[in-house]
Design a protein around this ligand. Structure first.
Ligand code: DGL
Length: 271
């Protein structure tokens, strides 16, 4: 039994899509969430900068006595997983790429998989490697969509409007023409644009979001390591952001579909 919270972080709001699934399938687990909205997007920054930010985010979470780290960000996973597993080898570290790649391979029928993500994630080639390690015959078509994260961070009124649709059409049109039957959302912000992305890709393309699969991995690791929180110990959720709380709070409520009113601003550069 382990009543300490799970630590989850992302460059901003995207990790909340993972957090929502963790809350749903593990209602007894306490969680500390950090969204680095003040420094988002990560995906247009250098690998060195993403590693530096990731380590600061984790040091902040560790100050809350967490029992495991969930990197709810593809960009941070792609750039810094090895460094993180090396430095913090005394606790489980969960990332988001392997679960997404596994789901994509399970889902496709024609072995043509599309992957969209940030520039850093796509340029790292991490999805191609993960997919082809599972099945060498898979064809992977990747596309970076750098405007998607800022559009999500702008708030719900941008997620399904016509401007976002036209941007999605420009990014995804060529990908649709490759004949992929499955599209992996290789960024935890993108499930919030899923309706717009589906509108462009059409009903015959299966959209894969790894959020639920990541939550299942978290649950498995917790149970394998006997780390579940005790029953009726009281679930506590704590939310932190490096930017304006008044902006983060309504978006948190919109994504999690519940009222969160204890969001605290953090000076992340201190960590
Ligand atoms: N949610 C992050 C991801 O999964 C977005 C990265 C960014 O801030 O650009 O990659």
């Amino acid at each position: 039994m382990d009543n300490r919270p799970i630590g989850v972080f992302d460059s901003g709001l995207g990790g909340l899509t993972v957090l929502k699934e963790i809350m749903e399938i593990m209602p007894g687990e306490s969680i500390v969430y950090f969204g680095d909205s003040g420094r988002a997007p990560y995906g247009v920054k250098s690998k060195e900068t993403v590693i530096k930010y990731t380590l600061q985010d984790i040091r902040f979470l560790l100050s809350h006595d967490i029992k495991m780290i969930v990197i709810a960000c593809n960009t941070a996973s792609a750039c810094s997983l090895d460094t993180v597993r090396d430095r913090f080898n005394n606790m489980p570290v969960i990332e988001v790429i392997q679960p997404g790649a596994t789901m994509g391979v399970k889902q496709t029928k024609n072995k043509k998989i599309g992957v969209i993500g940030t520039i850093a994630t796509i340029n790292s080639g991490v999805y191609e490697r993960a997919i082809n390690e599972i099945d060498k015959k898979m064809q992977v078509f990747s596309k970076a969509c750098p405007l998607f994260v800022p559009l999500v961070e702008e708030g719900p009124e941008w997620w399904e409007n016509d401007i976002t649709y036209r941007i999605a059409l420009q990014y995804l049109g060529p990908l649709k023409n490759t004949g992929v039957d499955t599209l992996i959302l290789g960024c935890t912000h993108y499930p919030l644009l899923q309706k717009t992305i589906s509108r462009v890709m059409g009903d015959d393309v299966e959209i894969v979001s790894s959020a639920l699969e990541v939550a299942r991995v978290v649950k498995n690791v917790i149970s394998k390591n006997n780390m579940a929180a005790g029953e009726n110990t009281g679930t506590v959720y704590k939310f932190y952001t490096s930017d304006v709380v008044e902006k983060f709070e309504p978006m948190c409520n919109a994504i999690l579909k519940r009222r969160i009113n204890s969001i605290v601003r953090v000076d992340i550069e201190k960590y």
